[in-house]
Each structure stands twice: as C-alpha cells, then as structure tokens.
Write a protein that binds this ligand. Sequence first.
Ligand SMILES: Cc1cc2nc3c(=O)[nH]c(=O)nc-3n(C[C@H](O)[C@H](O)[C@H](O)COP(=O)(O)O)c2cc1C
Length: 195
Amino acid sequence: MNIAEHSDPLNLFAIWMHQQVAATKNSHPSACVLSTQGLDGFPNARNVSLKSIESPYLIITGSTVSRKGKEINAHPKVALTFWWEETKRQVRIQGTTSIISEEDAHFFFNDRNYASKVVSTISKQGVPTKDVESLRVRFRESVKNQKPIEKPTHWSGWKIKPHRIEFLEFNASRFHNRVLYTLSEEGWDITQLQP
Ligand SMILES: Cc1cc2nc3c(=O)[nH]c(=O)nc-3n(C[C@H](O)[C@H](O)[C@H](O)COP(=O)(O)O)c2cc1C
C-alpha cells in the first residue's frame, strides 16, 4: 500500500516500525529523538525508547522530575523523530502528551531490567553531583542485593497523541517520497509534499 493510502497513520507507523525492527541489528531499535520546549525557550532534544504503540497513542517512559519531565509538564506539545537507516525512512511526529495511569507506570517499570530499576531508584536523573563514586558504590551494592524494587513515585510515562505525522521514504533517485498526515475534526487529512 502506498504511503498516502492509509486511513490511520498509526497503522502505517506500526508497519514501518515492525519492518525496521526486523531489518536492524541496532541494540535499541525503538530509539527516537524526543524534542520538548525548554523552560528557557531553547528547544531541547534527547533520545528515548518508544515503549509501545497503543493507538491513538505512543508511549514513552521516564522520570517526571527530570528536565524532560519538567518541560513536558510546562509544555505538553512535543515531537518524536525517528531515522531508520536500514529501511531508509524518517518519521516525524508532533503531538500532545498526557501522563499515563499509575497502573500502566507500574507495568512499564516492572518490565525494566533490574539494573535499570536500581538506577531509577538511587539516581536523581540530571541533578549535579560532586560524588558520583558513592552513587556507583550504592548502585553496585543494590544490584548485588537483588532486593525487590518498588517503582519510585516520580517514575512514570507519557502517552503522546499525534496531531501531525510526516513519513519520508528515501529513494535512490533522490526524489524522496514525503507524505504528511494532519489530524482534523473529520479525521486524518493526507497531503503529498514536494521532496
Ligand atoms: C538509545 C537511548 C534510549 C534512551 N531511552 C530513554 C528512555 O526511554 N527514557 C529516558 O528517560 N531516558 C532515555 N535515554 C536517556 C535520555 O537520552 C536522557 O539522557 C535522559 O532521559 C535525561 O534527559 P533529560 O535531562 O532531558 O530529562 C535514552 C538514551 C539513549 C541514547
């Protein structure tokens, strides 16, 4: 099916993601760039892992008191950008975030590996430290202990409801194919863009 023939772009996104995961040896195949509006006005971007596609939402997770957490809280409009080398595709998504339920947050936290859970618990993400070595010692001890770990209250996730999704597929000819889906009252408007 052509890029411009899907009635729901989330379906096309899921197909592309599936094809990319099958094609890549990348250890973080769902990595994407999350862009937020910084509190100081500068755009801010970092990689995150897309955790799930739950139409009409995309789910990401992390600390709500981190820089990204504070920025999303102040400005819920964000962007996600994917570049997929093996399938030569880019997807740009702009959407509005809302916090996920506590139940879902527990689900995603429990899905994390033990060391990641320890880090989320002992480390205040993004806060400066003059003694990273003590934190490293605590980390090693906690990993050794293997005690059950409760989800910290500040660890959660966001569901992003896309309002615009642009698909770009590279062509060897350099005449790349760009299709923009925009959410309107009636549903998704589909626009072919010049490359
Ligand atoms: C491939 C990759 C995947 C990442 N996935 C996540 C993620 O899912 N959630 C997260 O909070 N940070 C993730 N990070 C770390 C972030 O890039 C970032 O360092 C962290 O979230 C702090 O960002 P902030 O200070 O803007 O809040 C990932 C980094 C990389 C390189």
